[in-house]
Design a protein around this ligand. Sequence first.
Ligand SMILES: *[C@@H]1O[C@H](CO)[C@@H](O)[C@H](O)[C@H]1NC(C)=O
Ligand SMILES: *[C@@H]1O[C@H](CO)[C@@H](O)[C@H](O)[C@H]1NC(C)=O
Length: 317
Amino acid sequence: MVQVTYLLTSILLAGNALAFPLEDEIIDIDHASEMAKKKSKPISKPLDQKLFDRLVFMEQYASAAYCKSQQSTPGNLVTCKSKTCDLVTAANATTAIEYERKDLSTDVTGFVALDPTNKLIVVSFRGTNTIANWITNLSFDQVATHLCPKCTAHRGFWQSWLDSRTAILTAVYAIQKQNPKYQIVTMGHSLGGAIAQLAAADLRFTYKLKVEAYSYGSPRIAGHELSEFITKQGDNYRVTHYNDIVPDVPKIGMGYEHVSPEYHIEEATGVPVLPKHINIFEGTRSLEGNARHMWMTVNAHMWYFNWISACTGMVKM
Ligand SMILES: *[C@@H]1O[C@H](CO)[C@@H](O)[C@H](O)[C@H]1NC(C)=O
Ligand SMILES: *[C@@H]1O[C@H](CO)[C@@H](O)[C@H](O)[C@H]1NC(C)=O
């Protein structure tokens, strides 16, 4: 009950933070005692340059999902007027499908692309356009999934995947038929990162596809069993930034855990990210990376390797 109160306080403050950007720092009191329990012990440092480059590159696909140019005109080169996906444009990636569902409660939006340079089949999901409303209105309700016994996921995130699954599968299979050796990758920022991880889990388990999942600033998406299940599947790259508030909701006390490991960028908002800034932490209930912070901000959610949601105008205020 104590955790519930703090969570509600945190998310309400987060909503207010966007209206009053100068006061966007939030004291997350329940971490004071949690922090004392465990000292921070990263796995390795600095991060391998090759993996670092891949995290940077996949972030640009996540960023591209925010741009209108990827929401209605399939068959075009992936471009970002915000200049946040230039690496992807240079790789000559073109979209196979683009969709924007305004009619659905889940609002799932994204694209599937073919990247001939890196031999990738890309499944990218957009985050929400209204971050303050979204955090404030975020529910904690979980629903059963078919992935494993007692495997529950956040109801809204799971429904978003179910709403988009058929169109995505059709596109992925069509590309795969022509390019059987291409690697399937899913990614997204924020809400998009949440859906990307569930999509990967289902594509691996139900459709026996080999999938790498890249998420940036994803909230917690599932209960203990499903978080462990997806962790064991492997090929998960969950990136968090500094004191971004979003990866710390919904709270562990609400029955939520994270997919492990966490690639945590320990550097302030707006500062260019280097391999030495990233620490890797393991454990679905880890409180050592992002969750270690007592001061959580919305601004930190907008910065990953660039202003990831810049196409919507959502950058630091
Ligand atoms: C992308 O396409 C352009 C035009 O067809 C070509 O000049 C360029 O070499 C391609 N880039 C890569 C990385 O293949
Ligand atoms: C929450 O969502 C409802 C409708 O779904 C909306 O009318 C309301 O403004 C939202 N609340 C906040 C604080 O944004």
